[in-house]
Design a protein around this ligand. Sequence first.
Ligand code: AMP
Ligand code: GLY
Length: 430
Amino acid sequence: MRVLLIGSGGREHAIADTLRREAPSLDLLATPGNPGLATIGRTVPSVSDPDALVALARAEAVDVTIVGPEAPLAAGLVDRFRAAGLRVFGPTAAAAQLEASKAFAKDVMRTAQVPTARAETFRDAAHALEAVRTRFGAPVVIKASGLAAGKGVIVCATRDAAEDAIRRIADDRVFGEAGRELLVEEFMTGEELSLFVVTDGTRALPMLAAQDHKRVGAGDTGPNTGGMGAYAPVSLATAALIDDVMARIVEPTLHAMRTRGTPFTGLLYVGLMLTPEGPRVVEFNCRFGDPETQAVLPMLASSLLEPVLRVARGESLAGVAPFSWRDGAAVTTVVAAAGYPETPRTGAAITLPDSTDAVRVFHAGTRWGDDGVLVSAGGRVVAVTALGADFATAQQASRAAAAQVRFEGAFFRHDIGWREAARLAGARHD
Ligand code: AMP
Ligand code: GLY
């Protein structure tokens, strides 16, 4: 069995690591990959245009291709692979609109009566400004509808801030074409949860829920990042809550997508807020989350390959057992470069702790320097995932492992999972 993985981040490294654990004889190929992926399989220098990727999959007689990031999915890579008769895991461009267009996602949720924040879509600043003044007030959330590398959301505490955000998105185009449409959205409160489901378009198998940490600073302060860490499981995500999310959010969304003639297959990432009125959707993504994948997949006890292959072959997930999970907990800490998220400094020589069964080291922004030294090559450099018998043990071990990732300007959050820690401490005092 030969698998081609498209992408170069910690997420893809974690997917490869999980496949390798499940199937030691698997032949793994990654493009562009990274130095971590290169220890698990072969890496092929960046092939970005779809024709070249199809040619690569053919030349290498790849059995299944897994697409990591959203951009190639939204650009129609899966459509191209399918047209070429190649097996691929991921949604078509039309289905990937669930992530690539927040306006589209809101429309689907409206049709499917899926609980989410009230929102209106605009193509110009004037009408959006009027909506804030007359119908939304503050706090309010202003979003570029299109793909903006995770940066297109501005949570605004005041009307003035909202007006500024609207002007910057609609007039100054700070997020480029992603801001051609913008959303004015009701502000929600509550804890966030990331739930991945593998779906054939009809049936869906939920994974372990995780919690991401988007802000750069301790206690969830400072600017938003791609994610500074994650943990799984989350004690808030009871079986009853997940059943409710599957019944009121995932199934109606998949149904609405089928009804539109654009069934969603692959990995649906449901970003939830647990509001006082119950779980509501913050966003959908059309691929595995980063860094949640680095926390969730090391906990997997059952097969990843089997459901992925079924979906890639266009088969039903009927009869595939639900995912099963290891006992205990996983905590992932991202080690970032000085200056991240604004202007990360790159090119620093890195030393890493060894990967063990209990501590997995995932490369994200690394590359081999000319002199054979591993150097930093991005904002989020490495993610370390510690597995422990319980949350506190995993959290402690994750911090200790992150401290062993050394390069000039390295920093990380020491409080990944602080909400869970507070919950567990509260439970002990009850
Ligand atoms: P997104 O890129 O859609 O995940 O949004 C980034 C972050 O902005 C989310 O993880 C939330 O923390 C926050 N956010 C997005 N939408 C809302 C909302 N309607 N109310 C409150 N916070 C939000
Ligand atoms: N962790 C957030 C994302 O993958 O979009």
